[in-house]
Write a protein that binds this ligand. Structure first.
Ligand SMILES: Cc1cc2nc3c(=O)[nH]c(=O)nc-3n(C[C@H](O)[C@H](O)[C@H](O)COP(=O)(O)OP(=O)(O)OC[C@H]3O[C@@H](n4cnc5c(N)ncnc54)[C@H](O)[C@@H]3O)c2cc1C
Length: 501
């Protein structure tokens, strides 16, 4: 008999939350992580005592009874999370080069409308209509509104609607359309592809409430691992899975890079689907399913600057800055090298102790893998001087653009570190350092969507490459994967009723 009911490959949020749910429901789980540190994109790291997040800058819908609150309540971690709510009046501050105005996203439907209507007085009706549409959209997804809907499994209209075109139906005001789509780096928006469900779920769930994790995002991984261990589960670090062994289209074990075999009744992969397919033998990887997965494109990667600030120079910002170098927020994806960076997203991480001043600053923008391709055969810390020079050049450009939005910021930085898509590729194993995994395409949603089930009967997928990425998306996907064993109605009831007497 195999030792485990489930082996879960990878300890990102997807792996950890899936393991938490299954272990809570009585299964014997084992999570295998290739790195010494668990968490994938939830990891944070410290330099000179300053804590930086790698892939969770802020999250959403964590007010009591809101959707992510309920998921985390069910997982048993919500009461221990150390959170700070971002400014209700403006958690996103959006600006454009050459336009001295700032545009705010506020929390709460009414406040969201009122705040933007203050900038666009003649557009109140359009804003009301936009919010009404967002509410309708969010009610069309049972896993996001925690309502059990009888049986229709077909994709709804929002998978087929193009976000940019939808915004054109909301208003003729081009600036407002760009403002409403200005946080599209949160989903690596592509003008001709991004389905409305992605824009809608993300914008609406942040409109409900927006939060920072205080003292680092790794607390989420820590709390989930405590649950798994408490439920009798196992988490093994420095265990890179190199092979999934299968017989007669059934997986029965995984091989670790040290040669050891671990058997399980079921295997769940939290690793990018292409890399998961590469773990299978060629009889499987040659089939149509595997070819389809390999043909899927991946979202763009990110360049991140982690700056240590001089003491007492920069006040903590309880909001995010999105500053664009051009008027069209959809152009960023196609930036030309000489126009880089197309935008900067900047924020100061939240710390529990302090004098109101920030000790760190994180600045992020897009970076295509092509820009770092010449170093693709190198490994972390061993990429050579040219790569370091490249990173420094990019960092300086990023600061130059941020200076326009935060004058004097350069003089407040004492030291900085950077990461590129290669960093993400090597730490989290995401394909080509892609930030959010597989691109979803409204022109052919079925082709770009993956379900938890694979063509190997007891091999399943979880994590950001299914329906939606991000903390909320990956949490929902974990439920989707677990529903294969526990039933959807059962799980929705559990999540919905979590915490009620
Ligand atoms: C720069 C950046 C900023 C972001 N900001 C936000 C944000 O502010 N808010 C938000 O909601 N989302 C944000 N996201 C997205 C979010 O972080 C991800 O969608 C989510 O964390 C992905 O979780 P995951 O479990 O699918 O994958 P991952 O976190 O990538 O986890 C995969 C895990 O599998 C492990 N692994 C890989 N290969 C193997 C192997 N062979 N054997 C064993 N283990 C293996 C990896 O080491 C890793 O731990 C951001 C992402 C990026 C890149």
């Amino acid at each position: 008999m195999p030792q485990y009911d489930f082996v879960i490959i990878g300890s990102g949020l997807g792996g950890l939350l899936t393991a938490t749910i299954l272990s809570k429901e009585g299964y014997n789980v084992c999570v295998l992580e290739k790195n010494p540190v668990i968490g994938g994109c939830l990891q944070s790291f410290a330099r000179d005592g300053v804590i930086f997040n790698t892939g969770l800058n802020y999250t959403e819908s964590l007010e009591k009874e809101q959707v992510l609150y309920q998921y985390f309540k069910y997982a048993g971690i919500v009461d221990d999370l150390h959170l700070r709510r971002l400014d209700k009046e403006g958690f996103e501050k959006i600006s454009f080069a050459g336009d001295e105005n700032e545009y705010f996203f506020a929390q709460g439907e009414e406040r969201f409308i009122d705040t933007l209507a203050a900038s666009f007085p003649s557009e109140r009706k359009a804003l009301e209509n936009y919010v009404r549409k967002m509410v309708h959209l969010s009610h069309s997804f049972p896993l996001y509104n925690l309502e059990i809907k009888p049986g229709n499994n077909s994709l709804n209209e929002y998978y087929y609607t193009n976000t940019r075109e939808f915004l054109q139906t909301i208003t003729k005001n081009e600036k407002l359309r760009n403002v409403l789509a200005a946080t599209n780096p949160l989903y690596a928006g592509i003008a001709e592809k991004t389905p409305l469900y992605i824009h809608g779920i993300i914008n609406y769930s942040f409109m409900k409430s927006a939060w920072r994790l205080v003292d680092g995002s790794s607390q989420l991984a820590r709390l989930l691992s405590k649950q798994i261990l408490g439920n009798g589960g196992t988490i093994l670090r420095k265990k890179k899975v190199v092979q999934i062994l299968n017989r007669n289209k059934k997986a029965y074990a995984v091989r670790i890079d040290d040669g050891a075999l671990i058997e399980a009744k079921n295997i769940i992969s939290n690793v990018h689907p292409v890399l998961t397919m590469e773990m299978l033998d060629s009889s499987v990887t040659r089939n149509a399913y595997s070819r389809r997965i390999r043909s899927m494109d991946n979202t763009i990667g990110m360049f991140t600057l982690y700056a240590i600030l001089k003491k007492g120079t920069q006040k903590y910002l309880n909001y995010n800055i999105y500053h664009y170098t051009s008027d069209d927020v959809w152009q960023g994806y196609y930036y030309k090298e000489d126009e880089w960076p197309p935008y900067v997203m900047a924020y100061t991480p939240a710390v529990s102790e302090g004098d109101g001043y920030a000790n760190g600053l994180i600045v992020i923008t897009y970076m295509h893998f092509d820009e770092v391709k010449q170093w693709e055969h190198t490994t972390v810390e061993n990429r050579g001087k040219e790569y370091l020079d490249f990173k420094q050049r990019k960092a300086e450009k990023l600061i130059e653009v941020l200076e326009k939005r935060m004058p004097g910021i350069r003089s407040k930085i004492s030291k900085y570190y950077t990461s590129t898509p290669l960093t993400y590729r090597d730490y989290t194993g995401t394909k080509d350092g892609s930030s959010y995994g597989i691109i979803k395409d409204c022109n052919d949603p079925l082709k770009s969507l993956l379900m938890p089930k694979t063509r190997i009967s007891n091999l399943y997928l979880t994590g950001q490459n299914l329906n939606l990425h991000g903390i909320l998306g990956v949490s929902v996907n974990s439920l989707l994967t677990c529903s294969e064993f526990l039933g959807m109605d059962y799980l929705i009831k559990k999540v919905k009723n979590a915490g009620s007497k």
